[in-house]
Write a protein that binds this ligand. Structure first.
Ligand code: ADP
Ligand code: GN1
Ligand code: MG
Length: 370
């Protein structure tokens, strides 16, 4: 670890890095510069997931520079507007260790809270504002310069095909015990094409999106409750607004943790769905097309089903993608997502009603019921 730390020009000695946060992908540590007491986030980039760390870091530096510039233009504090990558002594955005491990450092965004579960509708509203603003501010980012850090990341039909392959291969011999879950995923095959087909037909625009809009990828100010910083920029790529909206809902509007074992505790909280919708539309609703607004609930349902099949695929593959703390965690995660899909289906008329009522108030454009 010392050799890794020596790649940055610290202000004197730094503390031992301590594992930090609850991300499923990268290895995250916090450390402190002893002289200044300034904290940093040190991350080992998951290069099994992100196979092109140069392209990845080019995206992140490009997007954070762009957001800083926009903050300056509107008179906001540019240093607080976005993540800040600390360059290595060699002036690079990451360090490649002798064993091939890729490491990066961010300034620690202080005086913030990172929530794993929603505590109030106001917090959740603010997280939606943050992700909506994020997308809105990147509307004129040169999307053609972005590297696709995970090709086909939210290509739901491709995710389904990958899932089917994992079931057929059944590497760990686990498929027999999860037939009900497999059937649930298969029964909704037609849904998986809908968003991608609308995109291909030119009925939905491709935008620069975050693609991982979980509540714990935003930091909130504990005093004001407002969002301070959007994190986890590894998946910023062209994508669909409804999937960014939907991913926020599936995580934060769930009544329970992503790996809750008791499915009776898991449902979609309509008041939280509404709070997220209000925040998202307040931040970027005026810039969305009527069709994009119309498909927001569909985005929530399909992204939830997509993640269910990703968790189940990983369980079948032997838990090679998402970090786990115990053997059946990916199966538990899959089950909560399936329960949420079922609950969204049951609450579909309500989800639609809330959409139309909220959009009528929050957006200039009226929407047409589906
Ligand atoms: P992963 O891709 O593994 O989810 P993240 O980049 O989301 O990794 O980081 C994991 C967690 O670390 C976040 O949920 C947050 O709690 C914390 N974190 C990451 N970057 C910062 C930062 N710059 N300042 C403070 N906390 C951070
Ligand atoms: C991962 O990195 P993290 O924990 O914020 C995953 C998301 C999933 C999420 C489920 C790059 O997000 O796609 O929705 O877990 N990120 C990647 O909790 O695969
Ligand atoms: Mg994260």
């Amino acid at each position: 670890m010392n050799k890794i730390l020596a790649a940055w020009a610290w202000n004197g000695p730094v503390s031992e890095p301590i594992a930090y946060g609850e991300g499923h992908i990268n290895q995250t540590y916090a450390l402190t510069e002893q002289a200044t007491q300034k904290r940093y986030i040190l991350q080992k980039i998951n290069t099994d997931t992100f196979k092109d760390p140069d392209g990845l870091m080019e995206n992140i530096c490009g997007v954070t520079d762009f957001l800083r510039e926009k903050a300056k233009q509107r008179g906001a504090d540019p240093e607080r507007a976005t993540l800040h990558v600390a360059l290595t002594k060699a002036g690079k955005p990451y360090y490649k260790a002798a064993d091939g491990g890729c490491w990066r450092v961010y300034d620690f965004v202080e005086n913030t809270v990172c929530l794993q579960q929603v505590q109030s509708s106001e917090d959740f509203y603010q997280s939606a504002v943050a992700f909506g603003n994020f997308q809105h501010q990147l509307a004129d980012y040169p999307a053609n310069t972005l590297h696709e850090t995970i090709p086909h990341f939210h290509d739901t039909p491709k995710r389904f095909a990958d899932f089917q392959r994992a079931v057929a291969e059944d590497r760990m011999g686990r498929a027999a015990q999860v037939q009900r879950e497999i059937e649930f995923v298969r029964a909704r095959e037609e849904d998986y094409h809908v968003m991608v087909d609308l995109l291909t037909a030119g009925k939905l625009p491709l935008r620069v999106t975050h693609n991982d809009t979980k509540l714990n990828n935003v930091l909130l100010d504990p005093q004001t409750g407002c969002a301070k910083c959007v994190l986890d920029l590894d998946t910023v790529m062209p994508g669909l607004s409804a999937y960014d909206f939907g991913d926020g809902v599936r995580f934060g509007a769930s009544s329970a943790a992503e790996d809750e074992k008791d499915l009776d505790q898991v449902w979609l909280k309509l008041d939280m769905y509404q709070a997220f919708l209000e925040g998202y539309l307040d931040a970027c609703g005026h810039a969305l097309t009527p069709k994009e607004i119309e498909v927001l609930p569909l985005g929530a349902k399909i992204i939830t089903a997509e993640l269910a099949m990703r968790f189940l695929k990983d369980y079948l593959d032997g838990d090679v993608y998402f970090k786990i703390d115990y053997p059946t965690q990916n199966l538990d995660r899959c089950r909560t997502q399936l329960k949420l899909v079922a609950d969204m289906e049951a609450k579909w008329p309500e989800m639609q009603r809330i959409l139309h009522e909220t959009a009528a108030v929050r957006c200039a454009q009226p929407t047409t019921p589906q």
